[in-house]
Design a protein around this ligand. Structure first.
Ligand SMILES: Nc1nc2c(ncn2[C@@H]2O[C@H](COP(=O)(O)OP(=O)(O)OP(=O)(O)O)[C@@H](O)[C@H]2O)c(=O)[nH]1
Ligand SMILES: [Mg+2]
Ligand SMILES: [Zn+2]
Length: 292
């Protein structure tokens, strides 16, 4: 039988098989020698051990379309990257790292800034100007005031979407707003450190309708990527693309080379300062291959 892993907790994988339901499965040792760990989102083959108790064994993981490390998920069509406009205030360095990772993997994304009900007047405009120059699809939501929840739902139609972002930004709250099959637990923000408390501990795949699925995931607070060379990094900043090939030097990395068109665009305000600074920081890390 073939099914999809919808949840994994403490060595058990919950595999949904269309028409016959949910099976609690263990992964046999065969994967360990290939260093392959089943992920939520994986399509797998299972042997049913006990049909009445719905227990089985995963015998094979089918080839993955893609996989992410943080959050650990496989076979997604797109990512819904959620940050809050406030409480916690958006950590743009972490966001830019995440965007780079998704660009590098070629996974389409929707960038969602939640909690517009507690936004300061300027923050929405600022965020919009920083991220719309990169050509990102940006949506501003509030689960409290139901702002743009229907619009967001439309963007999820017909796809398997993984939600990703720091703890406390409202990922689970958004999921609760867009479907009524499952109620995810939501947490509070710490008064002291203004951060979330990692309420969601395990990734879980939830059906919105027959053709649309959403995956809730635990929040993450750091991201380091060294899966590519520093020369590649510039390709993962979409707002640099119009200037590619127009710098004085062929193969310009837009760092300190004279006659750099990207830096000229930065001076003219056509590229956001924070995006460029985060580019430089990641570039330097890739150069040093330091661990972040
Ligand atoms: N003001 C406001 N608060 C919100 C909004 N959405 C969620 N919250 C609150 O933010 C807190 C955290 O929400 P969660 O949905 O648990 O956040 P999460 O991203 O799932 O966090 P983790 O599971 O820890 O990764 C809760 O107190 C929510 O009620 C919103 O649109 N506006
Ligand atoms: Mg959560
Ligand atoms: Zn340049």
């Amino acid at each position: 039988m073939q099914g999809k892993i919808v949840k994994g907790i403490a060595g058990f994988y919950y595999v949904n098989v269309v028409e016959s339901g949910l099976y609690e499965c263990k992964a046999k040792g065969v994967f360990r020698k290939d260093k392959l760990k089943p992920l939520v989102g994986d399509d797998v083959k299972i042997d049913v051990l006990d049909e009445a108790k719905k227990k089985g064994n995963i015998t094979e993981i089918l080839p993955r379309k893609n996989e992410l490390i943080r959050p650990a998920v496989a076979n997604i069509d797109q990512a819904l990257v959620v940050f809050a406009v406030a409480r916690p205030k958006p950590h743009l360095n972490l966001l830019d790292r995440f965007l780079v990772m998704m660009e590098a993997k070629g996974i389409p994304l929707i960038l969602c800034f939640n909690k517009t009900d507690i936004a300061k007047d300027t923050s929405i405009e600022e965020l919009l100007s920083i991220y719309s120059t990169g050509g990102y699809q940006v949506i501003f939501t509030s689960t409290v005031e139901e702002e743009n929840i229907d619009e967001l739902k439309k963007l999820l139609k017909g796809r398997l979407t993984a939600v990703a972002g720091p703890s406390g930004v409202g990922k689970s709250s958004i999921i609760n707003r867009i479907q009524s099959n499952v109620n995810m637990q939501t947490g509070t923000i710490s008064e002291k450190i203004e951060r979330g408390k990692h309420t969601t501990r395990h990734s879980q795949l939830i059906m919105i309708d027959n053709e649309s699925y959403i995956m809730d995931t635990p929040g993450f607070s750091s991201l380091y990527t060294n899966e590519f060379e520093k020369e590649e990094l510039k390709h993962y900043f979409p707002e640099f693309a119009p200037y590619e090939g127009t710098c004085r030097f062929h193969g310009c990395d837009h760092v300190h080379e004279p006659g750099c068109a990207v830096r000229a665009a930065l001076e003219e305000g056509k590229i956001a300062e924070s995006r460029y600074q985060n580019y430089l920081e990641m570039y330097q890390e890739l150069k040093d291959k330091r661990r972040y």
